[in-house]
Every structure is written in structure tokens, then in C-alpha cells.
Write a protein that binds this ligand. Structure first.
Ligand code: BG6
Length: 474
């Protein structure tokens, strides 16, 4: 058998894309509740269009999402039926600290997640909990400007301390901040940042990044103090960059672009800023305020394991305008003529997963965990309401084979694999429901119509077999 018997198979969701109930149980709004469906979503996500309240004429898919707030018991039962060993989920910050700067946490919010963890325990499913998955309480944005303000370190740390203490014994695996490098590409989503016209965007983004890195290290320290059994990970929006040609300057560009993301993980896994980043700040005249104690904070608490999402690889060139652009990607990328694309233009590359695993294992020498992977596709139920998603099975099969190769042939240490959106949920980039990843179909459309009823797809039975055979039967 290629994978160890305690390999963690499962699926992943995020609070804002699944729960709904955004004003239930004392919860208040956060940044992601304000991302509208439609063409303005991108501008809001990038912090280039202010939307700090629900506005007339827009539809906000997070409001109800897939109603997991009320249906989590049924969903967990289905995950258990597939044989999940782990379920990756996130906590909604504003469910626990509705304004973010409240003096006391909201007991109803804490109790809600406690009930989820107890339900998971019933089925022996290990929770893997992301403390912040694209989630900043709205009040922290309006009052303090989001993560560009150092004070967020204190608010986040208090929030982390509260949940780590409260769920001691129920949760062992923690991720501090989801896809931390998204901050550079979608600053409102990643950091609750809305720009003014005159802002030095680069400087603000890297300042916010510094705050998140310090906060993440402090959360790691707290987790270790509360329970030495706790395992804390960082989380990267992964996918390596290929040079479009073998021209040395294209290769150099691929290194630089990889570094944009690895910058965060270098700090979180190694406990210090890499020299190339410090040189970049100097060269680009970016003044990043760091407190005297920050160096020690970062050095004292590197993460225990490194996690990442993987959907596609990316291709770059020193002369990008000479080539056709790949569509649908947050990261500017050139179309790779050797790869097929999803219906959203993400380029499908299973071997790229193995390559990324190797690159990251070489770089960090820490256990890895693939916490997101999957195929976003339009699913069309047949006349019996059944989705025969062989395309999804095919995609996952190849990616699982690639991770097995990385373990078996290359010796990468891999803790587990959670597919993204194991139950259909709202797409982060587009706000669509029709961009589906799940093994479980949710009856809901892009405009919010539908019964929200859950139906197993063909991939449900397939994944169940994969887990039961520990990845031997694909
Ligand atoms: C990652 C996020 O970026 O990719 C998820 O962590 C997101 O929140 C997932 O949903 C897939 O992206 P999308 O845009 O297809 O939902």
C-alpha cells in the first residue's frame, strides 16, 4: 500500500461559501458577505470598489449560501457515508466576535461550532479547522481599515486564543489563514482592504502581509501552549510557474513568480523573512513597519506542516504580451499549449501537482497536506436528478495518482488530501453556484433559486471506494 493507513482523506468547505445564516445567532457581517454576484465582484474583491453594505440591485450569494448553518448534520452524515477521515472547514470570525473588537466572544457562535465538532467526533472524522478563510469582520474594516492596521494582530490573536482554548480536545489540526498569498491579488478578500486612489498599494499589501504573518506566528505559539498535541499549518494558493520557453529570462520570471507565493510560506515555515523579499522592499522603496519583537515572534513559532490548494499550474514569460493569456486565473498566466483547460479556463495539470509537492517538500522539509483540489464544472442532472460526473472522477483520479507518485516514487511526506467543495457551494472567484466541485449536488442556481436539496453524484460512490481502499482503487 502506497499511503500510510492513517492518511487523512476527506473534503473541504469554508464558512462563507457554505453556511449562510449571516445574521443568525448573533453573527454580524464580514467582508465576504459583501461580495456580489456579477461583474462588480472582481472589483470589490480587489479592493478597488467599496461595498461595505448590501446595496440595492445586487445579489449576495453568501447570505444563504448552501444553508449549511441549518443543514450541517445532514451534510456531515453524507461525509461520513463516504468514509471521510477528515473534514476541512473554517470558522466564521464574525460568528464568534461579531464586531471583531468585542470584549467577549459570542457564546452562540462558539456553541454552534462545538456542536459541529461533536457531530464529527461521532463519526470519527477529524476536523481540520481554518481560523480565517477570507474572513474579516466588517466592523474591523470600517473602523480600523482591515489588516493594514497593526491592531488586527491583537484582534485576530484574541480570536485564535478563544477558539483554540474552547475547542481543546475536539480540534487538533489548525490552519491559521487560508491562501495567505491571495492578499496580494484580492486584498479585500484576503485582508479587508479597500484602497484610496492615492494609496501605495504594494506597500499597503506587504504591510498587511506582515501583520498576518506575525498574527499567524502568535496563533501557532498559542496553539502549542494550549495543547502540545496541536498541529498548526500555513496555507498557500499553490501551483508552480513554468517558464514558457527555455530562455533564461523566462526561467528567471518563473522563479520570481513562485517566490510571490513562497514568500509567505518561507516566513511561516522557516520563521524569518527571506533575503529576496527584504531586497525587494528596498529596491521598490516599500517601507514596512515592523516592531522590534516581530523577528523573535516569527522565529519562535514556525508552523508544523505546510498546506496548499492546487487546481492548476501556471505559465509565465519575461515577455507575456507575445503570448495568449490563460483566462479565468487570479494569477496572470499564459496559456500552456500542452494542457487542456476547465470550462473556466483553469489549466488541468496532474503532474504539476506532483511537481509542486516536490518543490515544496524540497524547500521546507515539513509534512505537506493538500487541502484543496478539484474540478469546477457545470453539472447537469439527468431526468432522475442524477449527475454522472465522470469528468470529475477522471480529474480527481489523475491528481490522486500524482500525489501517490510523489509519495511512493519521490518520498514526499504527505499527511492527507481534502478535495475542495465536497458538497457544492458558492464559488469564491465568481459567486456562482453553477461552478460545482462536489460529490453532493445542491439544488440551487446562480440567482439563489432552488430547494437546496442534496443529491449524491456518481463521484460520491467513486470517492467512497477510493477512501475505503486507501487510494489503491482509483
Ligand atoms: C481557493 C479558495 O481559492 O479556491 C476557495 O480557498 C475557493 O475558497 C477555491 O472556492 C476554488 O475557487 P473558485 O473560485 O472556483 O470557487
Amino acid at each position: 500500500m502506497v499511503l500510510s493507513k492513517d492518511f487523512l482523506w476527506g473534503g473541504a468547505t469554508a464558512a462563507n461559501q457554505a453556511e449562510g445564516g449571516v445574521l443568525e445567532g448573533g453573527r454580524k457581517l464580514s467582508n465576504v458577505d459583501l461580495l456580489p454576484y456579477g461583474p462588480d465582484r472582481k472589483k470589490v474583491a480587489a479592493g478597488d470598489m467599496e461595498m461595505l453594505e448590501w446595496q440595492e440591485g445586487y445579489y449576495y450569494p453568501a447570505k444563504e449560501a448552501i444553508d449549511m448553518y441549518y443543514r450541517y448534520m445532514d451534510d456531515i452524515q453524507l461525509f461520513a457515508e463516504m468514509g471521510f477521515k477528515v473534514y476541512r472547514m473554517s470558522l466564521s470570525w464574525s460568528r464568534i466576535f461579531p464586531d471583531g473588537d468585542d470584549s467577549e466572544p459570542n457564546e452562540e457562535g462558539l456553541a454552534f461550532y462545538e456542536a459541529i465538532f461533536k457531530e464529527l467526533k461521532k463519526y470519527n472524522i477529524e476536523p481540520l479547522v481554518t481560523i480565517a478563510h477570507f474572513d474579516v469582520p466588517l466592523h474591523l474594516i470600517k473602523e480600523y481599515g482591515g489588516w493594514k492596521n497593526r491592531i488586527l494582530v491583537d484582534f485576530y490573536t484574541r480570536y485564535a486564543k478563544t477558539v483554540i482554548n474552547r475547542y481543546k480536545g475536539l480540534v487538533k489540526y489548525w490552519l491559521t489563514i487560508n491562501e495567505i498569498n491571495i492578499l496580494l491579488h484580492q486584498p479585500f478578500v484576503g485582508g479587508g482592504i479597500v484602497f484610496e486612489e492615492w494609496d501605495n498599494k504594494q506597500e499597503i499589501k506587504y504591510q498587511a502581509a506582515h501583520h498576518q504573518l506575525v498574527a499567524s506566528a502568535l496563533a501557532t505559539k498559542i496553539a502549542h501552549e494550549v495543547d502540545p498535541e496541536n498541529m498548526v499549518g500555513c496555507m498557500l494558493a499553490g501551483g508552480s510557474h513554468y517558464p514558457y520557453t527555455c530562455r533564461p529570462e523566462d526561467y528567471q520570471e518563473s522563479i520570481n513568480r513562485d517566490r510571490e507565493g513562497y514568500f509567505f510560506i518561507d516566513v511561516q515555515a522557516r520563521g524569518k523573512y527571506p533575503n529576496y523579499a527584504l531586497k525587494k522592499f528596498e529596491r521598490e522603496n516599500l517601507t514596512i513597519q515592523m516592531e522590534a519583537e516581530d523577528k523573535d515572534i516569527l522565529a519562535a513559532s514556525p508552523v508544523d506542516f505546510v498546506t496548499f490548494s492546487y487546481y492548476c499550474s501556471r505559465t509565465v514569460s519575461a515577455h507575456p504580451s507575445d503570448y495568449e493569456e490563460a483566462t479565468g486565473n487570479l494569477f496572470p498566466s499564459i496559456k500552456n499549449k500542452h494542457l487542456a483547460s476547465t470550462e473556466w479556463g483553469w489549466q488541468i495539470d496532474p503532474l504539476g501537482l506532483r511537481n509542486s509537492l516536490n518543490q515544496m517538500y524540497d524547500r521546507y522539509q515539513k509534512p505537506l497536506f493538500i487541502v484543496e483540489n478539484g474540478l469546477g464544472a457545470f453539472d447537469v442532472p439527468n431526468e432522475n436528478g442524477y449527475v454522472e460526473d465522470d469528468y470529475r472522477i477522471n480529474y480527481l483520479k489523475k491528481h490522486i495518482q500524482a500525489l501517490k507518485d510523489a509519495v511512493e516514487i519521490d518520498g514526499v511526506e504527505l499527511l492527507g488530501y481534502t478535495t475542495w467543495g465536497c458538497v457544492d457551494l458558492v464559488s469564491a472567484s465568481t459567486g456562482q453556484m453553477s461552478k460545482r466541485y462536489g460529490f453532493i449536488y445542491v439544488d440551487r442556481d446562480d440567482e439563489g433559486n432552488g430547494t437546496l436539496e442534496r443529491t449524491k453524484k456518481k463521484s460520491f460512490g467513486w470517492y467512497k471506494k477510493v477512501i475505503a481502499s486507501n487510494g489503491e482503487e482509483l
